[in-house]
Design a protein around this ligand. Structure first.
Ligand code: ADP
Ligand code: MG
Length: 621
């Protein structure tokens, strides 16, 4: 696309541009331009913290000879033309200001060669352009910025030491390596190689930035909830850092510091962190573009969400599930390659669209999600239970531009998109094609399907059936209770009493009939029909043992999860055997999803290939 000057009515709509005030902001703008130009290889060299020289070389689209001069003009961009384009900005830059403002305070040269055209160079000194000259070069662009602020002594004086400026450039380069793991970067400071990545994925980029040992301390997650996708790496419970510089968040591909997300992650770590320790994370949050305003902050370092509660609730519940190792954890964790259940299973047909159970989240509308999250912890850090840690940045100016009002179905559309994208990773088999072959140790059920065998853990399966039923009936309020002949009386202390009283409603929704019984006891006179015969003492012991962490969590969603998973455990401990009929009905409910987990994160089914068996018996090698 040609470089054009934006008309005033367009650039006036854009939040005031960032002042290029430091070497790192120059590097940032130049690398973003290279990324926008579709480069797959980007090299950055700085000298004396960038004060003496900054050079960014890319193999991107290049700038046509006729456009070279325009690139130096203010409000000149090839990335948008009209006001309407602002809504759908997909590039990192769009203001058309960076080159012009950097050129005005330095000696700058741009050497560029579009594919199939001649290379040209244009130099400028303090913003005064020379002539476009023929030059020699390979496809792509080399931008060199020398003697930054040589003509503005006041700003020059404002710079930090070379070492400090270099440190800031380095931190920013780390974020580029992480946010663009598909691009291969090299970064040199004073001739010394600092980073080198090869464009071969996020875990490799993490190693390039933090060293080889880092991966052993991290969980890789990939989760979607309410149409929001959260993927990346988070430190495990025992891995924390002395400051917040190990936290990177990219919202729709853009690096941001965002209060809502950082508070959600910090609170999810809550109890696992000691004083003055901070979580490590590199997270990518993909949300529908309609609900996020990237134009909110002049330096584009923050975004504003149309609905902080949904974002907070989703991030919080995903991260805390993984850290606590609770029910959904394994659905969020990226499966290890050596796990047999994780291998791709032939999926002869697309799944029918009617199964409500495993895809519960997928079915949840944005409105439902909001209702679920209505008890969400307020996003302002000071009001949460662990106020002081992790997010004492000055709150960013969030009020510059109001985001476009979220369309009700924005989350759902995003959800659909994510589901489609992930369809390839599904581990489904057609239920009808599974033939029951028998049982082992009164625990494992064997199924055959062509050259594949599936081993189902009937206890895990049973827990999963119960769990889904419970969660479903809580959703629809369609519970069946069954009265007990002899009510169960639970004696508690004051804290436990307060917690249970507050959550009586949730227990009732599940189908329990529980009421206060004096001031230190509860009387349980009915339980959900599906849980008849459950071990009530162990159920309440489980709930109350997690009291500390549950109390911090006000999300009804998560408390429900914990209640349901504790209930299932207590019921299955009660020793009920699962009939083959019941397992078949589970398979039907699973819709053949062999990747399913029990509420405590163990796999329900394991996949064994015929060839693996034949290897065991040395029939093949
Ligand atoms: P913006 O990125 O907001 O469009 P800039 O001032 O950063 O504004 O760049 C102006 C224009 O110069 C861009 O729109 C783009 O067309 C062109 N340009 C700048 N850097 C490069 C590059 N490395 N490769 C190709 N084109 C570039
Ligand atoms: Mg730019």
């Amino acid at each position: 696309m040609k470089i054009k000057i934006l008309p005033p009515e367009v650039y006036n709509r854009i939040a005031a541009g960032e002042v290029v005030d430091r070497p790192y902001s120059v590097v940032k703008e130049l690398v973003e331009n290279a990324v926008d130009a579709g480069a797959t290889e980007i090299s950055v060299e700085i000298e004396q913290g960038g004060k003496k020289r900054i050079r960014v070389t890319d193999n991107g689209s290049g700038i046509a000879r006729d456009d070279l001069q325009s690139a130096f003009l203010p409000h000149a961009t090839s990335k948008l033309e009209t006001e309407a384009d602002l809504m759908g900005v997909r590039t990192l830059g769009f203001r058309g200001e960076a080159i012009a403002s950097i050129a005005s305070v330095s000696r700058m040269s741009i050497l560029s060669k579009p594919h199939g055209a001649e290379a040209c160079r244009l130099c400028s000194e303090g913003g005064t352009m020379g002539q476009v000259e023929p030059a020699a070069g390979t496809d792509g662009t080399v931008v060199t910025v020398e003697d930054l602020f040589y003509n503005t002594p006041a700003r020059l004086k404002f710079l930090k030491s070379d070492a400090q400026e270099e440190g800031d450039v380095t931190a920013m380069m780390a974020r580029f390596l992480l946010s663009r793991p598909e691009i291969s970067f090299t970064y040199y400071a004073n001739g010394k190689e600092k980073y080198r990545s090869y464009g071969d994925g996020l875990s490799a980029a993490l190693v390039a930035v933090y060293g080889a040992e880092i991966l052993a301390n991290l969980h890789e997650i990939d989760a979607d909830k309410h149409g929001i996708r959260l993927r990346g790496f988070i430190g495990n419970r025992n891995f924390s850092k002395p400051n917040r510089t190990y936290q990177s968040l990219f919202v729709n591909g853009r690096y941001v510091v965002n209060q809502t997300v950082s508070a959600a992650v910090s609170n999810a770590y809550g109890a696992y962190l000691m004083k003055r320790q901070y979580p490590f994370y590199v997270l990518f949050l993909d949300v529908p573009p309609e609900i996020v305003d990237v134009n909110v902050h002049p330096n584009k370092a923050d975004v504003r969400f149309a609905d902080n509660q949904v974002i907070y609730g989703s991030v919080y519940s995903i991260v805390s599930s993984v850290l606590d190792g609770n029910s959904r954890a394994l659905e969020y964790l990226v499966k290890l390659p050596e796990s047999p259940a994780a291998e791709a299973v032939p999926s002869p047909k697309a799944p029918p669209a009617t199964d409500p159970a495993p895809a519960r989240d997928a079915q949840m509308t944005y409105a439902e999600a909001k209702r679920e999250l209505q008890f969400a912890i307020p996003v302002h850090a000071g009001k949460t239970s662990r106020p002081a840690r992790g997010y004492d940045e000055t709150p960013a100016a969030l009020s510059v531009h109001a985001p476009a009002p979220a369309k009700e179905d924005a989350f759902e559309e995003n959800k659909k998109l994510l589901l489609e994208r992930d369809a390839a990773r599904q581990t489904r088999v057609e239920t009808a094609s599974l033939v029951y072959k028998g049982e082992l140790f009164r625990t494992y059920l064997f199924y055959e399907c062509g050259d594949d065998a599936y081993i189902v853990d009937q206890h895990a399966a049973h827990e999963r059936i119960l769990y889904d039923k419970l969660r479903e009936s809580m959703q629809t309020r369609g519970v069946l209770s069954q009265s007990m002949l002899v009510p169960y009386v639970l004696t508690v202390n004051a804290q436990e009493f307060a917690f249970l009283s507050k959550n009586l409603g949730l227990l009732t929704e599940m189908g329990f009939d529980v009421c206060e019984f004096g001031d230190n006891a509860f009387k349980v006179s009915a339980v959900p029909a599906d849980l008849m015969g459950m071990d009530l003492p162990s159920f309440f012991a489980e709930i109350l043992s997690g009291l500390e962490s549950l109390r911090a969590i006000k999300l009804a969603d998560i408390v429900k999860d914990k209640l349901a998973s504790a209930a299932c455990k207590a019921a299955v401990k009660g020793g009920e055997q699962l009939s083959e009929q019941e397992v078949l009905s589970l398979l039907a409910r699973m819709n053949g999803d062999m990747g399913l987990k029990c509420p405590h994160g163990r796999p329900v089914a394991v996949h064994v290939k015929r060839s693996e068996m034949e290897k065991l018996f040395k029939r093949i090698v």
